[in-house]
Design a protein around this ligand. Structure first.
Ligand code: A3P
Length: 293
């Protein structure tokens, strides 16, 4: 079976969005009813495989003055959509969180709990869709039991038949929201790769955190691909995954899509990409100096 098992979740506008099988409508209803955004909350929001874990680590370290702590990253920066699955339930879990709460989320903008008039902030990270499609293929194989071919996955990705819905339906509303609300910082994976230290400084400044050069250096070192892969609180080795497939930290490069896309697939993606992104003002780096549109 090529397709991943999934749930359909109502988007609040009469439509439905495909979610991973382990996140249900009931989970989203509970979050919609009981999750209240508080002053100081920080949300790292992404379309999956866009640099979520990397950004979580930078935020976690900055907020904690460079101290990693003993908690796994998935506990220090819990995944909003899975809070209802925490032992004891979401409400009890939230009581155990520190004053400044950090969360991660893959929610489309339409389903995100409203920030209201709080001082909560969102760091949204986007990555070029070809690398996201590539990374998602290996992720779905290793962690979600996907057995389709690359071409099957590619078509599903292109048509939005994947977890958290179509790529563009995710990034474009978040991009637009970031233009109107200064509590939303829109970052790109590729910029973080090109200027890791500058990105750490940008996040620190956005979160109104004091970050001297020593702290920035430390955060850069502890959030490097190599360091996160060998650190047992960040490497995600505790997540069940197939031993013969790439791990959560796979390559961490810009442009690996070139090793997987055919010329025709690249063209098909460009056709969709250009149409969707044309008037948005957004640009992406696809590697090897190719910036589109
Ligand atoms: P690849 O599969 O292309 O290697 P997410 O955390 O959103 O699931 O994203 C995972 C992607 O981010 C993977 O991409 C992973 O290797 C990459 N990544 C994770 N940590 C990174 C880091 N510190 N530096 C660069 N890339 C990183």
């Amino acid at each position: 079976m090529a397709h991943l098992q999934s749930n359909l979740v109502r988007d609040g506008n009469g439509g439905q969005i495909k979610f991973p099988i382990f996140i249900s409508q009931e989970d989203m209803d509970l979050i919609g009813k009981e999750f209240i955004v508080k002053d100081g909350d920080v949300f790292v929001v992404t379309y999956p495989r866009s640099g979520t874990t990397w950004t979580e680590q930078m935020v976690h370290l900055l907020v904690n003055k460079g101290e990693q702590g003993a908690q796994r990253l998935t506990d220090a920066v819990p995944w909003l959509e899975t809070l209802p699955h925490r032992p004891g339930g979401m409400i009890e879990f939230l009581k155990t969180m520190p004053q400044r709460r950090l969360f991660t989320s893959h929610l489309p903008h339409v389903l995100m709990p409203p920030l209201g008039d709080t001082t909560a902030k969102v760091i949204y990270v986007a990555r070029n869709p070809k690398d996201v499609a590539t990374s998602t293929y290996f992720h779905n194989q290793s962690k979600l039991g996907y057995e389709g071919t690359w071409e099957e996955h590619f078509q599903e990705f292109l048509h939005g038949d994947v977890g958290f819905g179509p790529y563009f339906d995710h990034i474009l509303p978040w991009w637009q929201a970031s233009q109107k609300d200064e509590r939303i910082l829109f970052m790109k994976y590729e910029d973080m790769k090109h200027d890791h230290a500058g990105s750490v400084a940008r996040i620190a400044s956005f979160l109104d955190l004091q970050a001297n050069p020593g702290l920035i250096d430390r955060v850069v070192a502890l959030s490097s691909f190599k360091s996160m892969t060998s650190n047992e609180t960040t490497n995600f080795d505790w997540i069940p995954q197939k031993a013969d497939k790439p791990k959560h930290f796979r390559k961490g490069d810009i442009g690996d899509w070139r090793n997987h896309f055919t010329a025709e697939q690249s063209q098909q993606m460009d056709n969709v990409f250009m149409k969707k992104i044309k008037d948005s003002g957004l640009q992406f780096d696809f590697g090897d100096g190719v910036i589109l549109p």
